[in-house]
Design a protein around this ligand. Structure first.
Ligand SMILES: C[S@@+](CC[C@H](N)C(=O)[O-])C[C@H]1O[C@@H](n2cnc3c(N)ncnc32)[C@H](O)[C@@H]1O
Length: 397
């Protein structure tokens, strides 16, 4: 990652502008946990309308400046520009810099690879949606997409090489009805409209025999799946694992909704790599299908993430909890506090919050006592909404 080491100097004045790059404020770390730590800074930058922060830390007798991990943006050129502008403004004596020769491979932009925010803010379709969870080599998804051109498929995967392989195949085979997202399937459903989905395929999920809490199937997942499925829509599990089969039928029968069908060693039109392997070994393949029978209520993703009160930041510095607050389905952990010294009643609160499996780290920017999420609100998941309510409770005390 780009960084510059320079001789220690006074901080730059803020706000200021250099090479069209705006430096808005500098926040200084506040040692609220009483652990021995050196003072460091966050420098808020705006470059070509993108806001992010730089991290400025002492390194031996010098200063090291680089991108702050939480607010990092792309393309990297914007970060490099901001680092160079900072040291220029600072008239700093540069001891080491890789900003002018470091080549960072940017992620290629793929038409069908979508960020999770796309599904929250922009995704609309009049077509029926079908979702495949953990598509792996993509054989089944490609087959479905080719044979059902009027259906909008969404493929979910967390393994990036599998995603790249599928994107390549979509291009080679000229398939245009699949959107791919690199996101945990257990949390994805929360962003999909109710009663829109015809089928959800979960083929050969990782069994997680030793860590069952990591399985795709859970009460929460099945309830969300039922909400997004239209009447007659199906959630289809195919597995070689007897344990996963038993576990999923237990989850499904416990929830008094829909109809369950069970098959053993059913042949499908296409067989995945895993399936071929298990069949060769003579293993049983189980299919458990849940059919949705109910129309579900609509959801609203326009969640209000505001803080509608003013705080006294100096009180927060001493009263904010330093330990994690852990509730059943979410948590809030205050990581760091920073003070903006040249602004009244202002600072940053760095928090990690939300779901245990997919937490989000955000800065709360406090300006003149008013709080907002720096770089925009967290995603409107139920665990983030609950964590936000908890934060409001803590900060309004
Ligand atoms: C055993 S492989 C099966 C792949 C494919 N369905 C098949 O039948 O060949 C399980 C796949 O699920 C993916 N996966 C595991 N957990 C996931 C999650 N929470 N969300 C999305 N994908 C997941 C893994 O990366 C892996 O590619």
């Amino acid at each position: 990652m780009p960084h510059i080491l320079f001789e220690k100097n006074d901080l730059i004045r803020v706000p200021s502008i250099k090479n069209d790059i705006e430096f808005d404020f500098i926040a200084k770390s506040y040692n609220f946990t009483q652990k021995e730590r050196k003072t460091e800074y966050r420098v808020a930058v705006k470059n070509q309308n993108k806001e992010f922060m730089l991290s400025l830390k002492p390194k031996d007798e010098n200063f090291m400046i680089k991108a702050d991990k939480v607010t990092r943006i792309s393309p990297v050129a914007l970060i490099k520009g901001a680092l160079n502008a900072y040291v220029e403004l600072n008239n700093a004596k540069v001891l080491f810099s890789n900003t002018n020769n470091l080549i960072v491979k940017e992620d290629t932009v793929h038409e069908y690879l979508k960020d999770i925010n796309y599904f929250v803010n922009d995704f609309k379709t009049n077509k029926e949606i079908q979702i495949e969870i953990g598509f792996g080599s993509g054989r089944h998804l490609l087959h479905q997409a080719k044979t059902n051109p009027d259906i909008q498929f969404i493929g979910l995967e967390i393994h990036y090489p599998s995603i790249e392989q599928l994107l390549k195949q979509l291009e080679l085979q000229n398939i245009t009805n699949v959107l791919v997202v690199n996101y945990d399937a257990r949390l994805f459903m929360e962003f999909i409209e109710s009663n829109k989905v015809g089928k959800i395929f979960v083929h050969f999920p990782v069994p997680w025999d030793k860590k069952p809490h990591r399985r795709i199937y859970s009460d929460e997942f099945v309830n969300e799946a039922l909400r997004v499925l239209k009447i007659g829509g199906t959630l289809e599990l195919r597995t070689d694992s007897r344990k996963y089969f038993d576990f999923s039928t237990e989850v499904l029968t416990k929830l008094p909704k829909g109809r369950i069908t069970i098959d053993i060693n059913k042949d499908l039109a296409v067989s995945s790599k895993y399936e071929d392997r298990w069949k060769k070994q003579g293993k049983n393949i189980y299919d458990v299908t849940l059919e949705s029978w109910n129309e579900d209520e609509k959801i609203d993703l326009n969640v209000d993430f505001s803080f509608e009160f003013k705080i006294d930041f100096s009180k927060i510095l001493t009263s904010i909890p330093t330990k994690s607050i852990i509730e059943k389905n979410y948590f809030v952990h205050v990581e760091e506090l920073y003070i903006i010294e040249n602004m009244e009643n202002s600072g940053l609160i760095k928090v990690t919050m939300g779901n245990f499996d997919r937490p989000v780290t955000k800065y709360l920017l406090v300006k003149d006592g008013f709080i907002s999420y720096y770089q925009g609100n967290p995603l409107p998941t139920s665990s983030n909404i609950n964590a936000h309510k908890k934060l409001k409770e803590i900060l309004s005390k």
